[in-house]
Ligand binder design. Structure first.
Ligand SMILES: [Zn+2]
Length: 201
């Protein structure tokens, strides 16, 4: 395979990047000098240095602490918001309307998947909910994109968590109703997220 196609194959594996965009990236890089390419490959080589996964919310963060700052500085300790991925969590942080705990599931449940616990952090999620139950958790917000697999994940997680919150006064709410169909949280602006949070039910 020639170098152009070879590199394009890598970009094609990036989330949301298709054939045409991956080629655009390659042609962009071809216009750059050697120094740029070297700093880029260096940045890629070191992207994982000092980055770890928070044992509580499961997000990537860098720093010397064991637990991330979002978990240690959450103001509302009665609310837990569950998202698909780190980029969604960032959209919520940017909207500045939610100040509770977060949990990053690590993906969505594909509609035909029989055993999602193999690639999603379901065990960690249940543990987090069980722990927070003891410290006054009042609400769990399921915040998935309003796409077919997002809706399916909402139902799946609802069923999974039902057993663990039965007999408590913890409310299980979904963000979906404040969003329009097809909305991907990652690309939503602060106002859309504010609106969705206000209308959670
Ligand atoms: Zn954390």
């Amino acid at each position: 395979m020639n170098p152009i196609d070879k590199l394009a194959e890598y970009f094609k594996q990036f989330p949301g990047i298709g054939e045409r965009q991956s080629k655009r990236f390659v042609y962009f890089l071809l216009t750059k000098d050697k120094q740029y390419l070297e700093s880029l490959s260096d940045a890629i080589m070191h992207v994982k240095d000092g980055v770890r996964i928070c044992p509580l919310c499961q997000r990537f963060f860098s720093g010397p602490q064991e637990v991330c700052l979002f978990c240690t500085t959450a103001e509302d300790t009665t609310s837990l918001l569950i998202v698909e991925k780190d980029a969604d969590l960032e959209a919520f942080r940017k909207s500045k309307t939610y100040n509770g705990f977060y949990f990053v599931l690590g993906g969505l449940v594909p509609i035909l998947e029989k055993n999602p616990s193999e690639f999603l952090r379901l065990r960690e999620m249940v543990k987090r909910v069980t722990d927070l139950k003891k410290t006054g958790l009042k609400e769990i917000v399921l915040a998935f994109s309003l796409t077919p697999s997002g809706t399916h994940t909402d139902e799946y997680i609802r069923n999974t968590l039902k057993n663990y919150i039965e007999g408590t006064d913890i409310k299980l709410v979904s963000l979906g109703r404040g969003l329009s169909t097809g909305t991907e949280l990652e690309y939503s602006d602060a106002d859309t997220i504010k609106y969705a949070l206000r209308n959670r039910q």
